[in-house]
Design a protein around this ligand. Structure first.
Ligand SMILES: CC(C)(COP(=O)(O)OP(=O)(O)OC[C@H]1O[C@@H](n2cnc3c(N)ncnc32)[C@H](O)[C@@H]1OP(=O)(O)O)[C@@H](O)C(=O)NCCC(=O)NCCS
Length: 176
């Protein structure tokens, strides 16, 4: 009788999630079924922003994010969810292109200031090598500081009407 034995991966073939700030971090592509999760995390993100820009809730008690659906219909848009220790911990919304841009980026409060945002940002940049731009509004100097510390390359920073923009290039990984 032939035995169907699964091959044992060699230790080097196993890619473990990075361990940063005391937790394992993973980035997952948000499936259509994850849209409600992203919608709820987006509300938390916009609640944080309401402190900076005074945005208001609608009559249903929601901030609402008008581009959310586009992340499952426009091929250049990538909705990514952050998981820490197998729990939802934030998101990154990417518009891939030339340049690519980080449309939105969020780490849940309890996971902040542990290097998790920086690690996740760098994982995302590596996934989309090439020209990049990130932007921050003037009301959010903490985000400017965060991106200045998290961009894994030399960057050019320009002032815009709304705040700041950093431009840089992420090299493709070397092939062996
Ligand atoms: C900005 C944000 C993503 C940072 O995530 P994080 O996981 O806390 O970031 P890290 O711990 O990886 O920080 C890396 C570095 O960025 C800088 N930084 C991060 N948050 C900062 C803050 N609030 N004020 C000043 N500098 C900050 C620090 O230099 C930090 O390194 P240090 O802690 O060793 O000093 C998170 O605070 C967040 O989601 N904020 C609300 C949403 C937002 O502003 N998103 C960015 C939109 S452009």
């Amino acid at each position: 009788m032939a035995l169907n034995v699964a091959p044992v991966p060699s230790p080097t073939a196993v890619s473990r999630p990075p361990y940063v700030g005391g937790v394992n971090i993973e980035i997952v592509d948000a499936a259509l079924g994850d849209k409600p999760v992203l919608r709820r995390l987006m509300e938390l993100y916009m609640y944080d922003f309401s402190e900076l820009d005074g945005r208001e809730l609608d009559q249903h008690g929601l901030f609402g994010y008008r581009y959310l659906d586009h992340y499952w219909t426009a091929p250049e848009r990538h909705p990514l969810l952050i998981r820490c220790e197998d729990r939802w911990a934030g998101f990154a919304l990417v518009r891939a292109g030339n340049p690519s841009s980080m449309a939105e980026f969020f780490v849940l409060r309890k996971y902040r200031r542990r290097g998790i945002g920086r690690e996740v940002a760098q994982m995302v940049f590596r996934r989309f090598p090439g020209r990049w731009e990130v932007e921050e509004v003037r009301e959010n100097p903490a985000a400017r500081r965060f991106w200045q510390r998290s961009i894994p390359a030399t960057f050019e920073e320009v002032e815009t009407a709304e705040g700041w923009k950093q431009k840089f290039v992420v090299e493709s990984p070397e092939r062996c």
